[in-house]
Design a binder for this molecule. Structure first.
Ligand SMILES: C[S@@+](CC[C@H](N)C(=O)[O-])C[C@H]1O[C@@H](n2cnc3c(N)ncnc32)[C@H](O)[C@@H]1O
Length: 232
């Protein structure tokens, strides 16, 4: 896809979009032999879409997946704070894919989360930008808005056991905190516990399905929501 000068561009997105897409695909494609799983057009909520380049690249791929109806019909709902929406919409118009929906405002400081609306939730490189209280709001909100059985994908760099996984991540964290003391890399365990606690307050569970190493010391975390009733 060619981008004109008027489109917002993130070079990080251009580097990471293909590895992220490949990692997502195995979770997004359903078993086509089970038609009951395709009874509605599945919907993905992207939180903090940024430029909109991930939405554009992923939906371009989905729209061409003629042999995978479950993927071709997948609708992608981008969202971000109000100031980002015009840029995302430029990418939407450029991409011209019906499954790339008009971006909606979703500010973690004041978000309204529609209950049980989305089959998937996705966010990339956002939880180290927003403050920890907003990470907690993210956890509460995505659990509310995911349908039971829905999957949550979180892409970005994380710490493990309180330690950086690389020197480059440590430098990145230091730059983030220098710019905003409330930013910074999140700890995998703290994030997982926050999701599990938020889920339990809503009568649900969030189970870690995968922690996938990605290029440049990033991870793709995959969680599945279940209601406590269906978990037993
Ligand atoms: C580093 S960018 C990541 C953008 C995109 N997901 C990507 O991977 O390129 C961080 C994003 O967090 C968003 N953000 C910052 N504060 C936010 C808030 N209060 N609610 C929702 N998103 C927020 C920014 O607008 C920006 O799009």
């Amino acid at each position: 896809m060619q981008a004109s000068a008027s489109l917002p561009i993130s070079s990080a997105c251009e580097r990471n979009r293909e590895p992220i897409l490949q990692a997502l695909l195995s979770y997004l494609i359903v078993d086509e032999t089970q038609p009951q799983r395709l009874e509605h057009n599945r919907l993905v909520l992207e939180i903090s879409s940024g430029t909109g380049q991930h939405a554009a690249y992923f939906t371009q791929h989905f729209s061409q997946a003629v042999n995978f109806p479950s993927l071709k019909s997948l609708r992608w709902q981008p969202s971000d704070v109000r100031e980002q929406l015009a840029g995302i919409d430029l990418w939407r118009k450029k991409a011209n894919n019906a499954n790339f929906l008009s971006p909606i405002e979703l500010n973690l400081k004041s978000a309204q989360w529609a209950p049980d609306r989305y089959d998937f939730a996705y966010t990339a490189n956002s939880l180290h930008i927003v403050s920890w209280p907003l990470v907690l709001e993210f956890c509460r909100g995505v659990i509310t808005t995911l349908r039971p059985g829905g999957l949550l994908f979180i892409y970005g760099p994380f710490n493990y056991d309180g330690r950086f996984t690389s020197y480059s991540n440590e430098l990145f964290d230091s730059n983030l905190r220098h710019r905003d003391e409330h930013s910074g890399l999140r700890d995998f365990t703290a994030l997982t516990e926050a999701l599990c606690s938020a889920a339990s307050r809503q009568g649900a569970t969030m189970e870690l399905q995968a922690d996938i190493p990605m290029p440049a010391n990033n991870q793709l975390l995959v969680f599945k929501k279940a209601s406590i009733k269906s978990a037993y």
